[in-house]
Design a protein around this ligand. Structure first.
Ligand SMILES: NC(=O)c1ccc[n+]([C@@H]2O[C@H](COP(=O)([O-])OP(=O)(O)OC[C@H]3O[C@@H](n4cnc5c(N)ncnc54)[C@H](OP(=O)(O)O)[C@@H]3O)[C@@H](O)[C@H]2O)c1
Length: 164
């Protein structure tokens, strides 16, 4: 099973503040939905709560937590190992780890692929960050840039990083 990370991060790796995202980028949301649809997604308890404690439709939702009670439409996992084994039980060929900061840091060493949306801005009030990508370990093999427009306050670039 391929382990993929999906993340949107600012130039300084900022990913969130006050348990919320730092931007609204409809085209990135659409990319995320298309990429993960029908697949298992793994997230931390805080990210799950940041989505109103509602599972993402059309996907197998796996939430890592030591404190969360059972929740309809959600598989609870006690740690990353457990979450990945729940994902593997669905016979999927790929699992998407969708955040947040603690969960990304936990999985980066074993990730095969990183779908990074690099948001071209700096976000001084951010309190959660993606770890640095070690370019001796991952290489960027595809990019697509999207300019800012009336619906997107920031330009951004879709990057695909693969383990070398
Ligand atoms: N830009 C993006 O792409 C993106 C994507 C997702 C999230 N975010 C942002 O990231 C922020 C949330 O990230 P975060 O780092 O604060 O929290 P998080 O990673 O979403 O969740 C942390 C929680 O997950 C559980 N957890 C983490 N590691 C664990 C382990 N090894 N074993 C058991 N449980 C574990 C714990 O839950 P318990 O305390 O219940 O045990 C922990 O409190 C928000 O601002 C959100 O909007 C951004």
């Amino acid at each position: 099973m391929i382990i993929s990370i999906v993340v949107a991060a600012g130039e300084d790796n900022a990913i969130g503040a006050n348990n919320d995202l730092l931007w609204k980028l409809p085209q990135d949301m659409r990319f995320f939905k298309n990429l993960t649809w029908g697949m298992p997604v793994v997230m931390g308890r805080k990210t799950f709560e940041s989505m109103g404690s509602k599972p993402l439709p059309g996907r197998t939702n796996i939430v890592i937590s030591t404190t969360l009670e059972m929740h309809p439409g959600v598989h609870l996992a006690s740690n990353m190992e457990h979450a990945l084994s729940v994902a593997a039980d669905t016979d999927c060929k790929e699992v998407f780890v969708i955040g947040g900061g603690q969960i990304y840091a936990d999985v980066l060493d074993r990730a095969d692929c990183i779908y990074m949306t690099r948001v071209h801005g700096v976000f001084p009030h951010a309190d959660t960050f993606f770890p640095d990508i070690d370019q001796r370990v991952f290489s960027c093999d595809a990019t697509r840039s999207v300019p800012a427009d009336e619906r997107h306050a920031h330009a951004f670039t879709f990057e695909t990083w693969k383990r070398i």
